[in-house]
Design a protein around this ligand. Structure first.
Ligand SMILES: Cc1cc2nc3c(=O)[nH]c(=O)nc-3n(C[C@H](O)[C@H](O)[C@H](O)COP(=O)(O)O)c2cc1C
Length: 334
C-alpha cells in the first residue's frame, strides 16, 4: 500500500511552526498529511520532557509524520526508540536543513552531502523504527544529478517508502529557482518509491508547473501555506474553491492562537504568536499599523485587541477582490 494517495498534498515540517495548533489551522484549510517540526535526536535524550511536546498528536489527526534530524548514531538510536513509544504515520529523516546550527553538527543538508554517513544514519532509523520510514532531501549538486540520485537510491534500498525532494541546493537556502529536472530525475530513477516534489508552490500556477515539470503528483507545501492554510483547499478543489471570508479567517487565527496559549501558557504563546500573526496578515491588504500591533502582542488582552482591530482595519476591497480571483498569488515569506 502506498503511503500517500495520488495527488496528495503534504504540509512540510516547519521548525518553530508546525506544532499541533498550527496543524489544526492547516487541517481547517484542507490539509490531510502533516508533519511535526523537525525534532533533534539529541534533545529527545537530553530534554525529553521539553521535546515530548513536539511529539504531541491530536486525536483527530489521521495522518501525522514525525521528523528527526541529527547525525550521531547513538542519539539516533535512542530517538528511534523514543518515537517507537508513540503512534505516528511515518518517521521522516531530515537530510535537507541548511541552517548553520544543524549543519555545524554535520546533520540535515550537510549530512545529505556525505552519502555513506547519511545512509548509515538512515539505516539505524529504518532498522529500529516500527513505523514506515521516509526521508526529505535537497538536491546535492545543481549541475550533476549523480550524487542526488545516489542518495535517493541508497535511501530507497534501505527502505524509504517516500522521498521528498526540495529542488534547491544547500547554499540556496530557500530562495532562487527550483530545479524541476532534478526532482524529475529522482522520480524516474525510483519507480517503486513515492517521490514528493517540494519548492516554491504558492498558488495554482506554481502548483501546475511543479507537477508538470517534475511529473510528480505528490507535492509538499511549505512557505506558500504559512498564514494561508486555505492553500490546501485552493489547490485540491480547483474551481470549486471558495476563499475564506474575513470571519472565517478571523476564526482560524483565534483558534490557532488559543491552541498555542493552551499548549505553552500565555506568555510564551504570545511571544511565539507574533510571527504567526504576521504571516496571516501578509498579502491581505491590511494597513501597516496592523503589523506593528502584531509585533507588540504580549498578553491575551493584546491579542483580543489585535483581533478587534483587524475587523476595523481590513480593506473591503481586498476581500472583494479575493472573491473575484481566489487564485491570486501571495508573496512568499522571506
Ligand atoms: C521557517 C521554516 C522552517 C523550516 N523547517 C523545516 C523543518 O523543520 N524540516 C524540514 O525538513 N524542512 C524545513 N523547512 C523547509 C521546508 O520544509 C521546505 O522544504 C522549504 O521551505 C521549500 O519549500 P517552499 O519553497 O515551498 O517554502 C523549513 C522552512 C522554513 C521557511
Amino acid at each position: 500500500m502506498p503511503l500517500y494517495p495520488e495527488n496528495a498534498l503534504l504540509m512540510a515540517p516547519l521548525s518553530g511552526f508546525t506544532d499541533l495548533p498550527y496543524r489544526r489551522a492547516a487541517r481547517a484549510g484542507g490539509c490531510r498529511f502533516a508533519f511535526t517540526e523537525m525534532v533533534d535526536v539529541a534533545s529527545l535524550t537530553y530534554a525529553r520532557e521539553r521535546s515530548a511536546g513536539m511529539l504531541r498528536r491530536g486525536p483527530e489527526e489521521e495522518f501525522l509524520g514525525v521528523q528527526l534530524v541529527g547525525a550521531d548514531h547513538e542519539f539516533i538510536r535512542r530517538a528511534a526508540d523514543v518515537v517507537n513509544e508513540y503512534e505516528f504515520s511515518v518517521v521522516d529523516f531530515n537530510l535537507g536543513c541548511p541552517v548553520p546550527k544543524v549543519a555545524k553538527k554535520g546533520a540535515g543538508a550537510e549530512l545529505g552531502r556525505h552519502l555513506d554517513a547519511a545512509l548509515a544514519c538512515f539505516a539505524i532509523i529504518a532498522e529500529r523504527s516500527r513505523h514506515p520510514v521516509t526521508a526529505k532531501i535537497r538536491i546535492v549538486d545543481a549541475e550533476d544529478p549523480a550524487p542526488t540520485l545516489a542518495l535517493a537510491k541508497g535511501l530507497a534500498e534501505l527502505g524509504a517508502q517516500a522521498i521528498t525532494v526540495h529542488g534547491r541546493i544547500k547554499e540556496a537556502f530557500y530562495s532562487g529557482p527550483v530545479n524541476f529536472g532534478m526532482i524529475r530525475a529522482v522520480r524516474e530513477a525510483l519507480p517503486g518509491v513515492q517521490v514528493i516534489a517540494n519548492g516554491g508552490v504558492t498558488g495554482r500556477v506554481k502548483y501546475q508547473e511543479i507537477r508538470r515539470e517534475t511529473g510528480c503528483s505528490l507535492v509538499m507545501l511549505a512557505r506558500g501555506a504559512m498564514g494561508n492554510p486555505w492553500l490546501f483547499n485552493e489547490l485540491s478543489l480547483g474551481d470549486a474553491y471558495v476563499p475564506p471570508d474575513i470571519d472565517e479567517w478571523f476564526g482560524v487565527i483565534r483558534e490557532h492562537v488559543e491552541g498555542m496559549i493552551e499548549l505553552y501558557g500565555e506568555e510564551s504563546a504570545m511571544r511565539m504568536a507574533r510571527k504567526i500573526l504576521h504571516d496571516y496578515l501578509k498579502g491581505r491588504g491590511f494597513h501597516s499599523v496592523m503589523k506593528a500591533l502584531a509585533s507588540a502582542v504580549a498578553t491575551r488582552a493584546d491579542f483580543e485587541a489585535f483581533l478587534a482591530r483587524t475587523k476595523q482595519e481590513h480593506s473591503e476591497s481586498y476581500w472583494t477582490q479575493l472573491e473575484a480571483n481566489p487564485a491570486a498569488e501571495r508573496r512568499l515569506r522571506r
